[in-house]
Design a protein around this ligand. Structure first.
Ligand SMILES: Nc1nc2c(ncn2[C@@H]2O[C@H](COP(=O)(O)OP(=O)(O)OP(=O)(O)O)[C@@H](O)[C@H]2O)c(=O)[nH]1
Ligand SMILES: [Mg+2]
Length: 371
């Protein structure tokens, strides 16, 4: 009522168009304000595909063959996936202003903890001790640089290429061996995906006949990667499964046979002989064994060296796949395997997913340890 009394005299015929214009302007300004506020709000709500940094470092929690859509992960590099406490340990071993006996003791401890092994550690440190004795290295900082170089130069094998003989008029056969649970079957799945991308057709031979579940696990990988599979009976002869696999691959003009084998302890003579037989039979089949890949779990420690030695004797290992380097602060076994056994580390497993297998790059590896 009060407002009417005030505004009524103002509402004459002449003022109506002006009032209407003012009201229209008010509505337009109000509308624009609403739109702007709504836009701001939608920008601040985290969108469903926003980048989340998550490192897949819990091997025990997810299924071995699950490949659910995952949160976006950090770039697949050694530096991103390895959890290196090595560089902190090295830095703290070299924090004092001088190089003395304590420095060498600390360095030895750090290298042993990283799984280099005594022989490799001695080999790496010996020339550095000489340089310090001759006063060519005085500062701990320079010793750190020299140590990095010395470790890099240990990893100088000639070739890390996966052997695939293009001239063969028959399938290449890659045999995958190793102790229990190291990641053999998973590596076959990852390899099949990689080789498929290279345009090669793949057949998996389920040479782990110990448990039906092992062949089931392989079959899931075959389905996922579009590979063919040959499996035998539970408890059957693994050599004949591999043989049949190669025969099928030959008949179907398939390029590559990936042969899974059951996990076995390197000191179990019977099982190691069985592996020798699988290798012999595979070689007698219509294809040719061009790779024997020994899978080693990076967290195994020095036992990995003993595994490599025994498996190499039984099957002439041509390369090592070092798995579970993601989330591992170790991996020094690489140095021991390459320097003491001259077996190249060819591939590295950096997680459980299908793409988490990369070529081993020694420079990147040493950088990841030190940075
Ligand atoms: N974090 C991580 N886990 C891995 C990697 N490779 C394999 N695994 C996991 O290790 C476990 C064992 O893998 P398998 O492929 O079944 O190992 P296996 O050597 O075939 O095992 P057996 O056949 O029982 O001897 C599974 O949970 C895998 O997902 C890797 O590079 N990183
Ligand atoms: Mg397996």
């Amino acid at each position: 009522m009060f407002a009417l009394e005030i505004f009524a005299p103002l509402l004459s015929l002449e003022t109506i168009p002006t009032v209407l214009l003012a009201l229209t302007l008010l509505v337009v300004v109000f509308g624009l304000g609403v739109v702007l506020i709504a836009r701001r709000k939608s920008g601040s709500i985290p969108s469903t595909n926003s980048v989340s940094i998550s490192l897949p470092n819990s091997p025990t929690t997810s299924s071995p063959i699950s490949h659910e859509p995952q949160a976006e992960t950090t770039e697949l590099t050694l530096a991103n996936r390895m959890r290196s406490s090595f560089s902190n340990a090295i830095t703290s071993a070299l924090t004092r202003s001088l190089i003395d006996q304590q420095t060498w003791d600390d360095l030895e401890e750090v290298l042993l903890r990283a799984d280099l092994g005594v022989a490799t550690m001695t080999k790496v440190l010996a020339p550095l001790r000489e340089l310090v004795k001759a006063k060519k290295i005085v500062q701990p900082r320079d010793l750190q640089i020299a140590l990095r170089d010395a470790m890099s130069s240990q990893l100088a094998v000639s070739s890390r290429e996966l052997n695939f003989d293009l001239s063969l008029n028959a399938p290449n056969i890659w045999l995958i061996v190793g102790v229990n649970g190291v990641g053999k079957t998973t590596t076959i799945g990852k390899l099949a995906a990689q080789q498929g991308k290279l345009g090669r057709s793949v057949l998996m031979a389920a040479g782990d006949t110990f448990r039906a579940a092992a062949a089931d696990q392989l079959e899931t990988w075959a389905e996922r990667t579009g590979a063919q599979i040959v499996r035998g009976n539970e408890g059957g002869d693994p050599s004949s499964v591999v043989f049949d696999g190669v025969a099928r691959a030959t008949a179907k003009n398939i390029d590559l046979v990936l042969a899974d084998t059951a996990g076995r302890l390197q000191n179990n003579t019977n099982l190691m002989e069985e592996l020798t037989k699988i290798r012999r039979v595979a070689d007698k089949a219509s294809g040719k064994v061009t790779e024997v890949l020994l899978v080693i779990d990076a967290t195994t420690g020095q036992n990995g060296l003993s595994q490599a030695r025994q498996f190499a004797q039984a099957t002439q290992v041509t390369g090592v796949v070092l798995t579970k380097l993601d989330g591992s602060a170790k991996g020094g076994i690489v140095f021991a395997i390459e320097t003491e056994l001259q077996i190249p580390v060819k591939l590295v497993g950096l997680g459980e997913s299908i793409d988490d297998l990369v070529a081993f790059n020694p420079r990147e590896f040493v950088d990841a340890l030190f940075d």
